[in-house]
Design a protein around this ligand. Structure first.
Ligand code: NAD
Length: 360
């Protein structure tokens, strides 16, 4: 048994963030108790909550406290909407990914509900630290420039190191899944000849070390179409930052939407649960958000922590949270789902259903 409490930072974020993160924390607390997993949860300010109290959306004290934790659960942030005088404008979550070198964004997409006609089980392995993202692709400064008042230049950064390690992550995952033994490298090397050429070069190099895994290559536009038409054919998709971000929302649409799409940002030393979805301002504060994505992201974080710490109570808690959430989502009673899935349940009612199942 783990000899000390597992220290997790809880960062609620903006919009529906506090609602879905609180659900995930309730489920986590309950199941950790059942599995005798001691927890220490540390709430840290981020986003508008932090800006309104200390004038910035990612206070240095939050970063310092995060360093002392085993992992973090982060809600969505209303990126780009903070006031321009926020020193962390436009995106605190980008700063975190860069500061802690969370280079791999893992986004599994599964047909959770058994009545879904296709059996979809894929994972998008997205590079997380460079590419078209101007907030993280320079050492200092911002990767978009105005050479004159009518022109913007946007910089794209692709490095051999980042391509290599995201490819290694993807092939390792394909091997451990042991499903279709397939990696699809998604690119646009017919246009972005140099950048995506380098990406493909590294993916092909890594593929040679995994003879049992098939490598497919696909242009991002055609992969987007195939994801909509036959998502069940994919296993592991590896791609650069921007393509991965877009494709994971497309893939989420095939299984019921963003409320069901979890994600983990991970590096060598740290990992952060953070659902794929944003702060959903259209439903924020109404108590109707689907917390499944944040709950399942928490399970992903625990699985990652288990791979590092190796304690069975962490493993069991990860499995329970995932299994019970799946069971509840597979119910015949549509009314117990949140509105995005055609039901009438509030976030709290849906969470209560999961908590009750955990008692069984
Ligand atoms: P969004 O993901 O917030 O919402 C898109 C649609 O999906 C909306 O109709 C929303 O109601 C719905 N939705 C999202 N999550 C849901 C959930 N859990 N349950 C039910 N419905 C859900 O995308 P957006 O509206 O384009 O962006 C809103 C804000 O979020 C922007 O400021 C954007 O920059 C930010 N954002 C943040 C993250 C993040 O922090 N990880 C990711 C994407 C967007």
């Amino acid at each position: 048994m783990i000899q000390r409490p597992l220290r997790l930072a809880i960062l609620k974020g903006d919009g529906i963030g506090p609602e879905v993160v609180e659900s995930a924390v309730e489920v986590l607390r309950k199941d950790a108790k059942k599995n005798l997993l001691p927890l220490e949860l540390i709430y840290l300010p981020i986003g508008f909550q932090a800006y309104n109290s200390v004038g910035r959306s990612l206070p240095p004290s939050t970063i310092e406290q995060m360093k002392k934790c085993d992992g973090w659960i982060l809600g969505p942030l209303s990126s780009g909407t903070y006031p321009k005088d926020d020193p962390d404008y436009p995106m605190a979550s980008g700063k975190i990914r860069k500061a802690f070198d969370l280079f791999a964004n893992l986004r599994p997409i599964r047909s959770i509900r058994s009545k879904d006609h296709q059996k979809i089980d894929l994972i998008i392995v997205r590079e997380n630290t460079e590419d078209f993202y101007p907030d993280r692709n320079l050492y200092k400064g911002y990767g978009e420039f105005w050479p004159d008042e009518n022109t913007v230049l946007s910089l794209r950064v692709v490095t051999r190191k980042a391509c290599r390690r995201i490819a290694e992550t993807a092939f390792k995952i394909a091997q451990s899944r042991g499903e279709k033994n397939l990696v699809t490298a998604v690119h646009k090397a017919n246009v972005l000849i140099e950048g995506d050429g380098l990406f493909l070069e590294e993916v092909r190099r890594v593929a040679k070390e995994y003879q049992q895994i098939e490598l497919q290559e696909g242009l991002v536009d055609s992969v987007a179409m195939h994801l909509v038409m036959s998502p069940e054919k994919f296993d592991v998709l590896v791609t650069t930052n921007m393509f991965g971000d877009i494709l994971s929302d497309v893939a989420a649409g095939t299984v019921g939407g963003l409320g069901l799409a979890p994600s983990l940002n991970s590096g060598e030393n740290y990992a952060m649960a953070q659902a794929v979805h944003g702060s959903a301002p259209d439903i924020a504060g109404k108590g109707i958000a689907n917390p499944s994505a944040e709950i399942l992201s928490t399970s992903l974080l625990l699985q990652w922590l288990y791979s590092r710490i190796g304690d069975e109570s962490i493993h069991q808690t990860a499995l329970d949270i995932e299994g019970v959430t799946m069971n509840v989502l597979n119910s015949e009673d549509n009314d117990q789902f949140t509105q995005d899935l055609g039901g009438r349940a509030t976030t709290k009612e849906f969470t209560l259903k999961i908590l009750r199942h955990l008692e069984k």
